[in-house]
Design a protein around this ligand. Structure first.
Ligand code: PLP
Length: 264
């Protein structure tokens, strides 16, 4: 028997190594029993050791992919990942305004763990001023939240303040991922919801180098849940639990920062 499936869209860059980016999104969305479509924004030649090359796609090609997907599929939620540069961010914003693709999760990816830039310096302001106001949810880590708000984040009170600042930019719901506080035994994420309520997501810090694609996996899992109609707070909790299990029950792939276990 055939059945109507919830459909989600990943707007992101490709990771040839399979652990992060578009590939992590596809594996995660599939695992949540949601159909995944894609708008590819950039191609990277990459493995667990780092990013060897990156090629942003043209605005015209980005427009064409959005047009093809929107003309045929019924996308219920979407997310952005690596957006490369000003031209690509501008094209993505134009298309997000043109088509109804459901709630938008913005993972404001800037720098890969190995240090490679995934968003140009010039495009940070474009993301802040044009993309974030469209976001139903944004999922910055601490360095990304600092860049987007101009604030310095040293404490958990600073995290809460930065989340408020992001709401003032126009983001409806915010998760600030606290994983970059190196000295904490726990990884605490701060969640601020549209109605002003907030909560912390606490998980033990797991001692592993296999965390490549963690942010992509979190935002993709939440996007899949939103496509099913799961309420925001529950979608966020499911996302956090999915990532935690995927890190904890690790697999060994490659010789560097390995990927998560999306089957966990
Ligand atoms: N490569 C691509 C294409 C990505 O989109 C991302 C993250 O969004 C990464 C690499 C970074 O992966 P990580 O920093 O988890 O190693």
């Amino acid at each position: 028997m055939t059945k109507q499936f919830p459909q989600a869209l990943s707007i992101a860059g490709s990771d040839s190594g399979g652990g992060a980016g578009m590939q992590a999104d596809l594996k995660t969305i599939q695992q949540r029993h949601v159909f995944a479509a894609t708008v590819l924004v950039a191609i990277t030649a990459q493995n667990t050791l780092g990013v060897q090359q990156a090629l942003p796609l043209s605005a015209a090609m980005i427009d064409a992919q959005f047009a093809s997907v929107a003309a045929d599929l019924e996308i219920k939620a979407c997310k952005t990942g690596m957006l490369a540069d000003v031209d690509q961010v501008t094209a993505v914003v134009r298309n997000l305004k043109k088509y109804d693709l459901g709630p938008l999760t913005v993972d404001p990816v800037m720098i890969a763990k190995g240090g490679a830039p995934l968003l140009s310096e010039a495009a940070v302001a474009t993301v802040r001023d044009l993309l974030l106001p469209l976001a139903t949810l944004a999922t910055p880590n601490l360095p990304e939240a600092e860049k987007l708000t101009g604030a310095t984040i040293h404490t958990e009170a600073d995290m809460a303040q930065a989340a408020k600042a992001l709401q003032q930019i126009g983001v409806k719901n915010v998760i600030i991922k606290g994983g970059h506080f190196n000295d904490n035994a726990e990884s605490n994420d701060f969640v601020l919801l549209e109605d002003g309520s907030n909560f912390w997501l606490t998980s033990p810090r797991i001692d592993t180098i296999n965390t490549h694609g963690t942010g992509d996996t979190l935002s993709a899992c939440i996007t899949a849940e939103l496509a099913k109609g799961t309420p925001m707070a529950e979608a966020i909790r499911i996302g956090k639990a999915f990532v935690e299990a995927a890190i904890q029950d690790g697999i060994v792939v490659g010789h560097g920062h390995g990927p998560l276990n999306h089957w966990a």
